[in-house]
Write a protein that binds this ligand. Structure first.
Ligand code: SF4
Length: 333
């Protein structure tokens, strides 16, 4: 199983937005089951890594079914095509024969002074890091197989990888997202420098980690909650859900009961809906005959079809008649 840092690259964006999620996430003892989309992403990454390290064409795996985190994932044409976009981008950036590192573990602990280092290790796994020694340039490339969440190339996750991949000689850095199934361009690059990455470490990363380590760090809800492992335990998220429900449905479930009929009909809703508030039902022929004037009944009675069940209702006393008693016996037999 892949090891994850509690202040890792994939969680740093959430920790920056919600410092309290660091503390709350540590209380999760049973990891939630991976979604089918996460499992698809893992399979796509494995396919890409193996194609790169073993040098084969990903189409070779077309149709292979992989069991991943409890899901059966088929390597289909869409996955092969997406992985190929990623491979093409790496190939395009490899013309000068750079040092290539795939699924590269980067550790940021050395960026902190000994007495300031966070209580947990800060590390992550970059999909691809290319070191262009002569050009003093570094490429950080991340494959996103998902289509739902658009990830910008200057995301904290890529800055984090860049901080971990920084070498003393590096001057320029390209942060590249390859997201072939998402909206917009399949390949997006943010050009930056080693200096900018170091400034990001000092001005963004370190304060965010310090805020997360502080006692009673605040919980802040937002889009970042979507991938938070502490969702089920989070009081801030529960409160937000309740507030939204209250906004939509009113302060209590009592609203689900109608007011007295006259009051309801005088209300704006009653005036607008009128007869729609009532349920219509067809009367039985007997009820219709009862409420109609004879002339009205004459108009509808031709549309009444009567069918005999073959039985007659009789008073219990009539069961003394032999024919009625026989009918009764047959019915209850
Ligand atoms: S669910 Fe949202 S508010 Fe709660 S800890 Fe996670 S990120 Fe923070």
């Amino acid at each position: 199983m892949t090891e994850h840092s509690l202040i890792g690259a994939s969680s740093i964006g959430r920790i920056m937005a919600c410092p309290g999620s660091f503390e709350l996430s540590q209380q999760i003892t049973t990891p939630s089951r991976s979604s089918v989309w996460a499992a698809q992403g893992t399979v796509a990454h494995k396919l890409a890594e193996e194609a790169l390290t073993e040098g084969y064409d990903p189409v070779r795996e077309l149709g292979t079914v992989v069991t991943m985190d409890g899901h059966e994932i088929t390597v289909d044409q869409e996955m092969v095509d997406a992985v190929q976009v990623y491979l093409d981008e790496i190939k395009r950036r490899s013309a000068d024969n750079p040092g290539r590192f795939f699924e590269a573990r980067v550790c940021l602990d050395s960026l902190w002074a000994d007495d300031e280092r966070p209580v947990v290790s800060a590390f992550g796994t970059a999909d691809a890091v290319l070191l262009h020694y002569d050009a003093k340039h570094v490429d950080v490339i991340d494959l996103k197989y998902g289509s739902g969440v658009h990830v910008p190339a200057d995301s904290p996750q890529l800055f984090y990888y860049a901080a971990g991949a920084l070498t003393p000689w590096a001057e320029t850095i390209d942060l590249t997202i390859v997201q072939p199934r998402g909206k917009g361009a399949a390949v997006r690059t943010h050009h930056t420098t080693a200096l900018d990455v170091l400034i990001w470490v000092e001005e963004v990363l370190k304060p965010a980690v310090a805020a997360a380590m502080a006692p009673n760090a605040p919980l802040t809800t937002g889009k970042h909650c979507r991938f938070c492992p502490a969702q089920a335990q989070c009081p801030a998220l529960h409160k937000m859900a309740q507030d939204l429900a209250r906004k939509d449905f009113g302060p209590s479930p009592d609203r689900l009961y109608f007011l007295p009929e006259e009051e309801l009909l005088r209300s704006v809703g009653g005036l607008l809906l009128g007869d729609m508030l009532y349920e219509r039902k067809l009367c039985t022929p007997a009820q219709t005959e009862k409420i109609c004037a004879p002339s009205e009944w004459d108009l509808v009675k031709d549309f009444v079809e009567s069918r005999s069940s073959g039985f007659k209702l009789v008073q219990a006393a009539d069961l003394s008649r032999p024919s009625a008693a026989q009918d009764f016996d047959e019915c209850v037999a």
